[in-house]
Ligand binder design. Structure first.
Ligand SMILES: [Zn+2]
Length: 79
């Protein structure tokens, strides 16, 4: 399994949740060993998840809508 950048990003959710099939996890690691832009993307994705979880803990309802939109855009947009 050798996923493309597009596939890697499509399955990133499952990968970070530890729900990806074993052959795909191998493919992810194969890809990430060769693709600096996906490594950077995964790092920023995880950082965003952590920030979002922290924000949820604080009370996400109180966040300005603009900030929520910016977080979601970071998760769903590829540089
Ligand atoms: Zn890539």
């Amino acid at each position: 399994m050798k996923p493309t950048c597009r596939e890697l990003i499509a399955f990133l959710d499952d990968y970070c949740a530890g729900e990806l099939a074993a052959d795909w996890v191998e493919g992810f690691e194969w890809h990430l060993a060769r693709c600096a832009s996906c490594v950077a993307y995964v790092a920023s994705y995880r950082e965003t998840i952590r920030a979002a979880q922290h924000a949820t803990h604080v009370e996400i309802e109180d966040l300005p809508p603009d900030l929520l939109t910016a977080i979601l855009a970071t998760v769903t947009t590829r540089k």
